[in-house]
Design a protein around this ligand. Sequence first.
Ligand SMILES: C[S@@+](CC[C@H](N)C(=O)[O-])C[C@H]1O[C@@H](n2cnc3c(N)ncnc32)[C@H](O)[C@@H]1O
Length: 220
Amino acid sequence: MRSQPAGFDRLAPVYRALEFLAFGRDLERARFCFVPELIACRRILVLGEGDGRFLARLVAGAPDARVHCVDSSPAMLGLAAARISGAGAAERVSFERADVMGVALDPAAYDAVVTLFFLDCFTPAQVAAIERKVRPSLRGGALWLFADFILPARGFRRWRAKAWLRILYFFFHREAAVTVRSLPPSEEILIKSGFRRVAVRDFQGGFVRSSVFDLPGERT
Ligand SMILES: C[S@@+](CC[C@H](N)C(=O)[O-])C[C@H]1O[C@@H](n2cnc3c(N)ncnc32)[C@H](O)[C@@H]1O
């Protein structure tokens, strides 16, 4: 199965500014609101980390965690590494430039995985493949911290979300070579695979969601 081409290098320097122009601080609120859930984690996998804003919060909020970041964009990884270099946490963080579809993950290694505004870059079949790839690397009771755009159920909010999604997918197709054109049902895919949603917060009138899922089993 082919995944998305790594086209985010060109966007990396302006990604934050564009996000603020479009959505103010709400995407940051969605990224950061559940960081406290990860406080006790010891090994965390971050897929599609981006420019390191979440990573900087994470290394402060989960002080005993070692964090492995996977991203296909060298420019995004460079920004993330620079952002934490002064935070005294660089030795707890490793970076891997890789396509998520091809990355090799240690078995039963992580007690949390993070995907923020990442799974929306993939088709439903690819999201299911990512879940199947990540799953064996998780320990019992592991958490999946998720944030993404979602379609509100009805009304003006749904109409507005659809209009935004058309703009966003058009833009990311042109600028970052993202080939999908609609949101995958990522939360449903996780739930069908046995994850349980334990916390949720919506932003932007229900267009942006942050959720925490967990796997059955005792956290060790
Ligand atoms: C929309 S950005 C989201 C970045 C960040 N997580 C955030 O919250 O804004 C998607 C990120 O995933 C990375 N990415 C896209 N496709 C990927 C793939 N197939 N494998 C690994 N990383 C990928 C991009 O380089 C980019 O950093």
